[in-house]
Design a protein around this ligand. Sequence first.
Ligand code: SF4
Length: 172
Amino acid sequence: MCGLLNINMAYVNGTLIASYFICKRELWFMAHELTPDQDNSFLELGRFIEEDYYKREEKGFIVGEMKIDIVKQGDENVIIGEIKKSSRSELTGIMQLSYYLMRLKEIGIIAKGEVLIPKERKKIPVELTKEIEEKLRKAIEEIQMIIMEPFPPKLEKIPYCTHCAYREFCWS
Ligand code: SF4
């Protein structure tokens, strides 16, 4: 459903932040609640990794619009984790987590982050810096403008298309 009310509110969440750094067209599809191909094998892999990982880690929680995969107590700070399928999503994971760290800071919670890639046994520490905060604020403004557009951004082939659940929308 493409609810006019939702579009006018131009909400932003962690998933949209991640999409912004992958493909602005995907961001538009997501914001307009277009459902991707649920049988896409990469979505399946993502679900499997999350479910498998959750067996061993404390399950995430929801704060406002944020759905955080992992929450645990570190030596000094709370640590939040974002699970990704592969290193391909490392940058988007860092920006998504940074967005959560920024939102938590706004409500007085100073936390640190970790992007977790269980398949590759990788753990990338994430700290909110002034530069990243600035980048995120610009991204949020641009996301809101993209969402308000009546049509998705123009089609452009990128490496991520091969794995994208929306590829039927773009390349069939
Ligand atoms: S298929 Fe490619 S262009 Fe289309 S939404 Fe996915 S990444 Fe973007």
